[in-house]
Structures are given as C-alpha cells and as structure tokens.
Design a protein around this ligand. Structure first.
Ligand code: ASP
Length: 319
C-alpha cells in the first residue's frame, strides 16, 4: 500500500536576514529542520498517528538551538524565559496547551499531557510547571533555555528601549516559533506549536501559539494549522480557525484559504507565516516575511527544506 501521509514543519517567520547568516549557522538551521522532519516521519512512515508525528517533530525543534522554542527560546523584558505551546488532535478536536511555563524542558510534551491527563485545555504559569512536575516530565533551570545569541538579542532590545540602537533589530532578533502539522495514513490531522514568544515581551504576556483557533488548530477532514508571527494579530483574527472556517463553510481550497489569512495579516502590518495541511493531504506554507524556516514531506514523497523563497528545494525522495 502506498503511504499517503505527509508532514510540514516550521521554525518561525522570524528568520535571520540572509546577509547575517554564516555558512555554519545557515547549515545548522537547515540541519535542525531536517532532523525534525525525520523525527516526525519516523512515526508516519510506520503507519503512526499524525498526533505522535507532530509531537516528535516539535520536540526535535524545541531541542535545537536555532529556533525560538525550548533550548534557544527568547528572553522576556525581565530577562526570563516564559514558554507557550499547544497540541491539537483532529480526530476529536481534543487540545492541550501551556502558557508562560518556566521550567518545562519540552513544552509540547506538557501540552499533550494537559490534553490527555487533565480536564483542562490551557494551563498557565506556575500551574503549568506544577502539573508537568506532577506528571514526571523533565524539568530544567531557566539557564537551559538560554543561548548566547538570545542574550545578545535581549541586550539589543534593551538598548532599543533606551534609544541607543543604531542598526534596527531584525525579525530574527525579535521573535520566532516552531510548529508541525501532519496527515497520517488513516487520514487523521494534527497540529502542534511551541514558542518562547517575543524578545523583551512583558512578563506574563501570552501569544497565539497556546490559544486554540489562533495559532494552532486541527480538525479531521478540514485542516491542521500552525502559525508564526506577532501573536496579538493572530489572536484578534482567530487565524487558524479562520482558515478552517473558510474551507469548511465556504469550500475554499487550502491554498486560497491560507493565502487569504496571510493577506489579512499583511494588511494589519503583521510579519506572518503559517503551515497547513488539509483533509486530502494538500499542503501550504505561505509567509509575508523575508523568509520562514520550513520543511515538508509531501504526499508524493519529496522531502524539501528551505528558509527563503529561492532556497526551498527537494533534498530527497523519501517514499
Ligand atoms: N507567535 C509567536 C508569539 O507571538 C511569535 C512568533 O511566531 O514569531 O508568541
């Protein structure tokens, strides 16, 4: 039987301007995308669930320092990390999320536990950390999340506040997110998103990633979506659910529904991107920024990754 499954990942629309990449950091980010795709694919290839695949892919991205989630997350205005994540199962629209967590090594695992082992959808702050601890998840000191790069981004944000900055901050210095959407062999959809949010965000600020229907959404037969960009815009527009509604109620195709959502965010002045897969395994990855870290294994078996418009290319035929 041919495998119809497919998987799409993103590492955020807050990409480094091309000129600022070193060959090593460019390769590091691409390797991170590939590792995450392969982690998710190891699940789907063997007939596994879309839900398990998106979790596996997001764990790999959280563990990789190139992306703003888990290890490598940005610092808030107080110089701390507060992490948001969500996961959603398209089979029954069950969902779990955590917001402003401070000590959970892999926020997406905690989000899944909220979905499966609590009667809540969203747990926040010390309540989220306490729940993860009770669940026996890996807990870490804040320093685990910090990288030298994120410390430099924080210092530049502080200088900008003080009016001392000569060169404007890039999108990469401000934000990023990771996410995955998948369609499995049984036709199920799932989505997961994880982020450190925005550099220098106000302590306690929660973005769109853990808000179901804003940054994350999945419904079998319709679509699975994971978003990236300034969360406040996505929350106000209910972007991920808006894409589902366009497809479900109006019969829009995936690409036009996803493009319409990005067009509205562009009108808002929001640098935005998203990944989506529909109930037939079609995929879309629109963005309006200079680049978006992204990768896919499409139904035809092509494994592709890229960061900008012109470097997105097939690496191998995987099926
Ligand atoms: N959506 C994230 C947030 O607002 C940031 C991003 O994706 O760039 O927290």
């Amino acid at each position: 039987m041919t495998c119809m499954a497919c998987l799409v990942i993103h590492g955020g629309a807050g990409t480094i301007p091309r000129a600022s990449f070193t060959p090593a950091s460019y390769q590091q980010a691409r390797d991170g995308l590939q590792e995450a795709l392969r982690a998710g694919w190891a699940v789907l290839r063997d007939g596994g669930l879309a839900l398990d695949a998106v979790e596996a892919a997001v764990i790999a991205l959280e563990n990789h320092p190139s992306f703003n989630a888990g290890h490598g997350a940005v610092l808030n205005a107080a110089g701390d990390h507060e992490l948001d994540a969500a996961i959603m199962d398209g089979r029954d629209r069950r969902a779990g999320a955590i917001a402003s967590a401070r000590a959970i090594r892999n926020p997406v695992i905690a989000a899944r536990r909220v979905m499966e082992d609590s009667d809540c959808v969203l747990l926040s702050a010390s309540g989220a950390d306490a729940f993860a601890r009770e669940q026996g998840l890996d807990m870490v000191a804040q320093s685990y999340f910090t990288t030298d790069l994120r410390r430099r981004h924080w210092l530049r944000a502080q200088e900008e506040k003080a009016g001392l900055l000569i060169r404007a901050r890039s999108e990469a210095e401000k934000h990023g997110t990771v996410g995955a959407v998948a369609f499995d062999d049984a036709g199920n959809l799932a989505a997961a998103t994880s982020t450190g949010g925005y550099t220098y965000k106000r302590a306690g600020r929660v973005g769109d990633a853990p808000v179901i229907g804003a940054g994350t959404y999945a419904c079998n037969g319709v679509v699975a979506v994971s978003c990236t960009g300034l969360g406040e815009y996505f929350i106000r527009r209910g972007t991920a659910h808006d894409i589902a509604a366009r497809i479900r109620y109006r019969g829009d195709n995936l690409v036009s529904a996803a493009d319409a959502a990005i067009a509205e965010l562009t009108e808002d002045g929001c640098g935005a991107g998203l990944i989506a897969v529909d109930g037939a395994g079609n995929i879309a990855m629109p963005y309006n920024t200079e680049g978006m870290y992204r990768g896919s294994i499409a139904a035809d078996g092509t494994l592709s990754i890229g960061i900008y418009a012109d470097d997105f290319a097939m690496l191998e035929l995987i099926k």
